[in-house]
Design a protein around this ligand. Structure first.
Ligand code: MOS
Length: 729
């Protein structure tokens, strides 16, 4: 169905099931270890062989000789797959570098071989006997050094314009009474999800089935078929349980392709997991950025000029980190400039990590806003409120579908107790601890993505939903079941949700915080179809039929829902599409973050004491799973502020700290108290669900709120993330 705005009153608005803080349906399966992950599917392959991936030992150059004879003779070895033995491979749309390389090497730990053996240990031992000689070439690994040779990326690589201009920035900035011109940097980051990339592949004749861990089944399906040169209808991709993704599993990766090639070579099912040290350099990461921000304002606190320029790097053919996104939309100002430049780097492939663009972009912009507020002598909450805009500041006349940014700022300030903060830094002390408070705005776009589903009603009155949507730990199973239960007027227990299978209709998938709103809207559309089929079958008028408590009511009549399927199952299949809606309305989500920190006055060791987020993200489909998304995102934002950083070996071109010992992420002890408030909002322009995304809104701005709190505590302004204690010296 084509979504017509604004969404009118529909069964979702009853909020009997939707909007309830229900436990996740898959929760017990995951917490008891009984949810089968791809690598554990003993039920579909009783006697699989094991593949061990060998990653390139250089960042750039070529393989001059690969000797696999000793490995071939090693105990248990069944097959060895290399670019030479695999034959010609295609390339999917969503990866930049080839997933099996040779002889030419594009980045460190790019897969160059798969050793398949009877056991994992045999495969690993044999992999150690593969001898590879390389001719290494010099590469570019340093963003700072490559910054001035960075080029303007294509609109395609950027997913929009690289540059935007409104008014005359240079003139307005020169004329401004108060000016800020500062440069910020964010490091390369890795997703660090719990479950590694892992796949099990099984061929039956020319038909391939892959059990894997992937966020976007539609993309994985078509890209896998394209890569292998197999018709898509012969390929099936299954991914019902996923142990985290954060964008690291948006795309087809080496584990899937090599499991398929290994299984073909071995003549039996093959499992491949990328071990942790391989994941970091073999798969994608969030690219580092350098961001220059200039803001000019008058004494009344009104911004007259704002510019945000961002530099990032990627492999040839890749794209930039779109860190200027939010600056195009968040604050008023008549004269504006944004630009992105892309340096060619020979580091591993950069790509999306939770809230690509806004997460690192807000880390810079929201420190700049704090610095500017201080220069103006205006409270940072007040400064943001004064510069609110209800229209897209780059495309005047284009409204936001909803924009309660000011409400988020005010409510956050009130609940946090912002008024008791001392605006002069370094003044509050408790024993050895310097105490500080900081805040930031939150902003993340709300993407409209078409999404389809199939819903079936069986004779026992049960409703089954099938869609290739994934649940990466976010709660998709639960909100989809809630949607179907609401639409069909049955209890949650009557609904079964089947996800993550390319045999089902293609959904929005999980990414860019677009999963919840779009996937449930697709299920809504399919349920509308099923309701029509039910009404027809029962001789009722679909338009006034009410589906409630397992019955269908129309006028004086009330008929059990199950009766409609008594002579055979009924099916409704449809999807949601939005057409050009994104051109008429800017769709975004808003919020605010408030943080209190303590910093050891002698060592600079930082502790977060409490965090508060206010989120406006349309209707909240399930306050419990939505809260979990936001506190997870706040935790990730704290990690970005204080510890997360891939260390680049700028000589050899790889990320050195390629495990969870060297790459630090926050643990429970780092995050003592988090509060999340959802603004009571429905957005009838976002979808029939009137919901929006929230899982990425929660990370956008947190890092800067922590940074601003650290400044308030210490009086030392650090502009290079992560803010580790050595940066106070
Ligand atoms: Mo998200 S970075 O689009 O999975």
């Amino acid at each position: 169905m084509k979504f017509e705005t604004p969404a009118t009153t529909n069964p979702i608005d009853r909020l009997r099931v939707v909007g309830q803080p229900l436990d996740r349906i898959d929760g017990p399966l995951k917490t008891t270890g009984t949810a089968p992950y791809a690598y554990e599917r003993h039920d579909v392959a009783a006697d699989p062989a094991y593949g061990y991936v060998i990653g390139a030992g250089i960042a750039k150059g070529r393989i001059t000789r690969m000797d696999i004879e000793a490995a071939r003779r090693a105990p248990g070895v069944i097959a060895i797959v290399t670019a030479e033995t695999a034959g010609k491979l295609g390339k999917g749309k969503h990866n930049t570098a080839r997933l099996l390389a040779g002889p030419h090497i594009e980045h460190y730990h790019q897969a160059v071989a798969l050793v398949v053996a009877e056991t994992f240990e045999q495969a690993r031992a044999a992999a150690g006997r593969v001898r590879i000689d390389y001719a290494a070439e010099p590469g570019r690994f340093d963003l700072e050094a490559a910054r001035w040779s960075a080029a303007k990326p294509s609109d395609e690589a950027t997913g929009g314009a690289a540059d935007t201009k409104v008014g005359d920035f240079a003139r307005a900035f020169d004329a401004a009474t108060v000016r800020l011109d500062e440069t910020y940097s964010t490091p390369d980051e890795t997703h660090a999800m719990m479950e590694p990339h892992a796949s099990l592949a099984r061929w039956e004749g020319d038909r391939l089935t892959v059990w894997t861990s992937n966020q976007m089944i539609g993309w994985a399906h078509t890209d896998l078929a394209e890569t292998l040169g197999v018709p898509p209808e012969k390929v099936r991709v299954i991914s019902p349980f996923i142990g985290g993704g954060f964008g690291g599993k948006l795309f087809l990766r080496a584990d899937i392709v090599l499991a398929a090639l290994g299984a073909r070579a071995a003549g039996r099912p093959v499992k491949v997991a990328l071990h942790r040290p391989l994941m970091i350099n073999n798969t994608t990461h969030r690219p580092a950025t350098i961001q220059r921000i200039r803001i000019g304002a008058e004494r009344d606190g009104m911004i007259t000029a704002i510019a945000h320029e961002s530099w990032s790097g990627d492999l040839e053919g890749g794209g930039p980190e779109v860190a200027v996104n939010q600056t195009r939309l968040l604050y008023a100002g008549a004269n504006r400039l944004t630009s992105m430049r892309l340096a060619s780097l020979d580091l591993p492939e950069g790509n999306s990590m939770r809230a690509p663009g806004e997460a690192p972009g807000m880390m810079a912009l929201e420190i700049a806003m704090d610095e500017m507020a201080e220069k103006l002598g205006i409270d940072p909450v007040d400064f943001r409120i004064r510069n609110d805009t209800q229209k897209d500041p780059e495309k005047p006349g284009r409204p936001f579908s909803a924009r309660p940014f000011v409400e988020c700022l005010r409510l956050g300030a009130e609940r946090f107790g912002w008024s008791s903060r001392n605006p002069v830094p370094g003044q509050r002390r408790e024993g050895r601890w310097l105490i500080g408070a900081g805040m930031a705005g939150a902003f993340r776009n709300n993407l409209l993505v078409k999404s389809a589903a199939r819903v079936r009603l069986s004779a026992d009155g049960r409703v089954t939903v099938e869609t290739d949507m994934t649940d990466i730990g976010t709660g998709s199973y639960t909100i989809i079941a809630q949607t179907a239960a609401e639409m069909m007027g049955v209890s949650l227990e009557q609904v079964e949700v089947r996800l993550g299978d390319s045999a089902y209709p293609v959904s929005a998938g999980s990414g860019g915080q677009f999963g919840a709103n779009n996937a449930t809207a697709g299920v809504y559309a399919a349920c509308v179809k099923l309701r029509e089929a039910v009404a027809r079958k029962l001789g009722l008028n679909a338009a006034d039929a009410e589906f409630v408590h397992g019955t269908v009511r129309s006028g004086e009549r009330s008929i059990p829902l199950a009766l409609a399927a008594s002579s055979g199952e009924l099916t409704g299949e449809d999807g949601i599409e939005y057409g050009d809606l994104h051109k008429t309305y800017q769709q975004s989500t808003f919020g605010s973050h408030f943080v209190e920190v303590a910093v050891d006055a002698a060592t600079g060791e930082a502790r977060i004491r409490r965090m508060l987020a206010v989120c406006a993200a349309g209707r909240i489909l399930n306050p419990k799973s939505a809260r979990s998304q936001v506190i997870g995102a706040m935790t990730m934002g704290a990690g970005a502020a204080l510890m997360e950083e891939l260390a680049v070996d700028k000589k050899r071109g790889f990320f050195v700290n390629h495990d969870l010992a060297g790459y630090e992420v926050p643990v429970h002890a780092d995050i003592p108290h988090q509060e999340v408030i959802f603004l009571d909002e429905t957005d009838p322009i976002s979808s029939p669900m009137k919901a929006k995304g929230v899982g990425e809104l929660g990370i956008c701005g947190v890092g800067a709120a922590v940074a601003n709190a650290l400044y308030n505590a210490t009086g030392v302004r650090v502009r290079n993330y992560p803010i580790t204690l050595d940066k106070y010296l």
